[in-house]
Ligand binder design. Structure first.
Ligand SMILES: [Zn+2]
Ligand SMILES: [Zn+2]
Length: 333
């Protein structure tokens, strides 16, 4: 099969993904072989490729926002029929037995595997995944529009939940890429006012188009104090600025898997019971709940399509803030 292979981490400017021929995987017990239709491009892919996340498998095929068709069932796999349209996300598998899995926090599992990081992902014509960790994708959503829902969408949704924002509340977004452009649609559906801080003028415009009450520069203070804020951008220097924008008792959610160091800041930015928390992965319940709400609203993703062979170009564009919305690789014509 054709795939984009990362042999060793390197800066994306050096085009480290090799578009090449590799053996197609075979489904094991309880697994599905999936023919990939489209795969979303996520900032986490960039962190894997550039080595900001320590390598777990090498070489590896990145990609964890996969929409595809069940091609073959492994032994004992019967949850989805052959030909069913399904989605595969970041959480590939958990151990199911650790204290976190047993207490409903499988996103914090002690022994997880991740799609496109510790196992091969969707920058390829085929991949395998455990059927228990796969999502049904409603036929109403086109493949390419659905792909960014599987990480950007689900993680943005978990971030919204952890922010504790209530209808009528004011919520800040720092960075306005793929996750934020989906999360704002959910927030507006909940009648939440969104204040978007982002360095790129095109992203500010997209935020306003999608119903933001205000859009400004990354470190610019929003015109009103916020009940909560979500930092989507991987830049630690945003944290003090975002705390400055919060009301007393406000919640700051850091949604990324990687962030540059957070500078030290005055205690009074945090005092008055402001809180900071990170988001790590998601539970399958988050994924199911989000996909149901996304279909109800319905969420519309803005996507820029690239052929699979041009994954390096898509990732370079993502790094340069040149994608309004989400980048998606079209794998099958
Ligand atoms: Zn576990
Ligand atoms: Zn992701």
């Amino acid at each position: 099969m054709k795939a984009c292979l990362l042999r060793a981490p390197a800066r994306i400017e050096t085009d480290p993904l090799e578009f090449t021929e590799v053996p197609a995987p075979k489904p094991g017990k309880g697994e599905l072989l999936v023919r990939v239709s489209a795969c979303g491009v996520c900032r986490t892919d960039l962190h894997v490729i550039e080595g900001e996340l320590p390598p777990r498998k090498s070489p590896v095929i990145p990609g964890h926002q996969v929409v595809g068709i069940v091609e073959k069932q492994g032994e004992n796999a019967s949850r989805f029929a052959i030909g069913a349209r399904i989605g595969i996300a970041w959480l590939h598998r958990t151990d199911g037995v650790c204290e976190y899995c047993r207490s409903g926090a499988e996103n914090l599992c002690d022994n997880p595997t991740f799609t496109g990081y510790s196992v091969d992902g969707g920058y390829a014509e085929f991949l395998v995944a455990p059927e228990d960790f796969v999502y049904a994708i409603p036929e109403a959503i086109a493949e390419e529009q659905a792909a960014p829902l599987l990480c950007a969408g689900i993680i943005g949704f978990r971030s919204l939940r952890l922010s504790g924002i209530k209808p009528g509340g004011r919520l800040g977004f720092y960075g306005f890429g793929a996750a934020a452009h989906v999360a704002i649609q959910v927030a507006r559906h909940w009648n939440v006012e969104v204040y978007a801080s982002t360095r790129d003028a095109r992203h500010q415009k997209l935020a306003l188009d999608l119903g933001a009450a205000w859009a400004g520069g990354t470190l610019q203070e929003p015109p009103k104090k916020l009940d909560a804020a979500i930092v989507f951008a991987p830049a630690g220097e945003i944290v003090p600025a975002a705390l400055q924008a919060l009301k007393k008792g406000g919640m700051l959610v850091l949604s990324g898997i990687h962030m540059s160091p957070i500078p030290s800041f005055r205690y009074d930015l945090l005092y008055q019971e402001r809180m900071i928390r990170s988001v790590a992965n998601n539970t399958r319940q988050d994924g199911e709940d989000f996909l149901r709400i996304a279909a109800e609203i319905p969420v519309r993703t803005r996507v820029q399509i690239f052929p699979l062979a041009e994954a390096n170009r898509a990732l370079n564009a993502l790094k340069n803030d040149a994608i309004p919305g989400a980048a998606v690789l079209r794998v099958r014509d």
